[in-house]
Design a protein around this ligand. Structure first.
Ligand code: FE2
Length: 339
């Protein structure tokens, strides 16, 4: 059995049998002897533009990432969220946080992930906390305080309003009925993950572990309000170099995940990304915060290649089986649910 220390030296190909879409790229889970692509610019797509669908589709087809502007979400919400994530993780003691320890509910592992326990694969230098739709429906059960729940619900609701316009744009680019997923994505499941990367100790710095391992998102797509601290890097599969992405304050980084790669027949890739240490050693002593929201379909839905796309590579599969087969690489083989 592999240990997390093996994970510092492992590559994604050591876990490839869990994958449910093609991932020919090979990369180390942790930072390694990497090359960087300083030329590539991630496209910024204005949601108010008449060419939004074409702009977004082209960006995602090219690299699986885009930056959304003109989305209408109040930037002050994001500023407040940054402060609140740091406050929440540092206010609560470890025993208080461990009362909410993550467990599988449906597809998604929901709840609190202690430092170095985001996955079994690699000792990520991050604490995480995942809140799905049910956490907002039953705040007393899932949140350490109702005040936290009420604030972060504003972010979740604001991002929910973007789900259909973004999906419709992607379907338009693929020449499909833009409303094909309206029903499936109305009131759908999502996971708002709060990430707190504590200041790194010298020992953590020496260990070779990443802040967050190289991975692809399992979901349909992810909304990530632009983080204020550097670290997010994207693997450009065309030259196998890493792109350091920095997005303007108030924008949202959008990326497509495994569900979308599957239904788009690989047109929209589920692109590898990670969170590295800041280049400036002084910054490593500071905490980093992010709060991505992953959009899923409910467990009983079928993921199948969209109608009209030529030469479908993948057979239809139930979402829960697809999702948990992949994520059992993170959480152990017994995480997988057979539909
Ligand atoms: Fe991710």
């Amino acid at each position: 059995m592999k240990t997390q220390d093996d994970g510092i030296h492992a590559t994604n190909q050591d876990f490839i049998h869990y994958e449910q879409v093609e991932k020919p790229q090979t990369y180390h889970l942790a930072e390694s002897d990497d090359q960087f692509d300083d030329e590539f610019v991630i496209c910024t797509c204005d949601m108010r533009s008449p060419t939004f669908a074409q702009d977004l589709g082209a960006a995602l087809h090219e690299i699986g990432f885009a930056i959304l502007s003109g989305h209408g979400v109040d930037v002050s919400l994001y500023d407040e969220a940054e402060a609140r994530v740091a406050e929440m993780f540092t206010r609560l003691s470890l025993p208080e946080k461990m009362r909410f320890r993550a467990q599988r509910r449906g597809s998604v592992n929901q709840g609190y992930f202690p430092i170095k326990e985001t996955s079994n694969m690699h000792p990520d230098l991050v604490e995480g906390w995942v809140f799905c739709r049910r956490a907002f429906e039953r705040p007393a059960e899932f949140w350490p305080s109702v005040d936290d729940a009420q604030f972060f619900e504003k972010i979740a609701r604001a991002h929910e309003a973007l789900i259909l316009p973004v999906m419709q744009a992607m379907l338009t680019y693929l020449a499909c009925d833009p409303h094909l997923y309206d029903r499936k994505l109305t009131g759908t499941n999502f996971g708002l993950r709060l990430n707190y990367y504590p200041p790194m100790s010298a020992a953590d710095d020496r260990s070779g572990a990443a802040r967050l391992l190289g991975h692809e998102d399992v979901d349909m797509f992810t909304f990530l309000p632009a983080p204020s601290t550097e670290g997010l890097q994207i693997l450009n599969r065309r030259n196998m170099k890493w792109i350091r992405i920095s997005a303007p304050r108030g924008t949202i980084i959008l990326n497509t995940g495994d569900y979308m790669q599957r239904i788009s027949n690989d047109v929209f890739p589920s692109t590898t990304h990670r969170v590295s240490k800041p280049r400036d050693p002084a910054q490593r002593g500071r905490a980093r915060v992010s709060f991505p929201m992953a959009v899923y379909v409910w467990e009983d839905e079928i993921l199948e290649v969209l109608p009209g796309l030529a030469n479908p590579k993948y057979p239809p599969v139930k979402a829960i089986e697809f999702h948990t087969s992949i994520t059992s690489k993170f959480y152990g083989d017994d995480y997988a649910v057979k539909a």
